[in-house]
Design a protein around this ligand. Structure first.
Ligand code: ADP
Length: 240
């Protein structure tokens, strides 16, 4: 991201959700994004996903410039390079685990890749459950399906938006371990938006947003250090 600004509203009642944000997230790293409510986390994520168009500035994915693409081109970029995991797992209730995981590939009319399917299913530990339906799984298991689905297209980057928000501590840890494995085992890039210092401690780097700007960062974070920096920003802490 280079000098990305996003302004909502009209002149006179403008909200500067992002204010000249420049960010370089290296390939194969795990970055957590934190900040008080209203600091611009969702806007940043939506701009990075191409769901919002920045008012000014440029966005890159690898060496491809992605701002200013039309919807068809953006869909192609997302399909080929981007995985997305959210708080609500967004699984299709009528499809079983295998069908849910394979859905993005089917929608993209990509050929089956049996070896990759087997690998991701094994990685998230769902080998015994591929025939089950979402309602037959725990929250943590459903999130593992969502992660496997996000990996189905071998994305370069996985965006995770509060993926542990509705999980208990044990299941949250499981989910974060899976995201960590995306970086450590398959050199993918992960950007995690979270309120939880423990979740952020799984990242290599934590970036702190306030009033639409990156105001601080910490490398090799511990939960205690993250909590301290968040408190300094005046943000209420999420304690699982
Ligand atoms: P966060 O995710 O950190 O809570 P957001 O990115 O949602 O922050 O919001 C940043 C600022 O932009 C807030 O002041 C919010 O009210 C404003 N904002 C976000 N989306 C819109 C929108 N669609 N229209 C107008 N204002 C918005």
């Amino acid at each position: 991201m280079e000098n990305v600004t996003k302004v909502y509203g009209r002149e006179g009642s403008e909200i500067r959700a992002l204010n000249e944000v420049s960010l370089f997230i290296p390939r194969g790293t795990f970055t957590a994004l934190m900040g008080p409510s209203g600091s611009g986390k969702s806007t940043l994520l939506h701009c990075a996903l191409g769901l919002e168009t920045p008012t000014s500035g440029s966005l890159w994915l690898g060496d491809k410039r992605v701002d200013g693409l039309d919807e068809v081109q953006l869909t192609e970029v997302r399909r080929e390079h981007v995985g997305y995991v959210s708080q609500s797992f967004n699984l299709v209730a009528a499809l079983n685990v295998a069908e849910n995981i394979l859905l993005p590939r089917r929608l993209a009319r990509l050929p089956e890749d049996r070896a990759w399917f087997d690998e991701i299913v094994e990685r998230v530990g769902l080998q015994d459950r591929v025939g089950r339906f979402p309602a037959q799984l725990s929250g943590g298991q459903q999130q593992r399906v969502a992660i496997a689905r996000a990996l189905a297209n071998r994305p370069d980057v996985v965006f995770a938006d509060e993926p542990t928000g509705s999980l208990d501590t044990f299941m949250a840890k499981e989910t974060l371990t899976q995201l960590r494995a995306c970086v450590d085992e398959t050199a993918q890039t992960v950007l995690l938006v979270t309120h939880d210092p423990v979740a952020a401690s799984f990242a290599d780097t934590v970036l702190f947003l306030a009033d639409g700007r990156v105001v601080d960062r910490t490398d090799a974070p511990t939960a205690a250090r993250v909590a301290e920096l968040m408190t300094r920003l005046g943000a209420p802490l999420h304690c699982p």
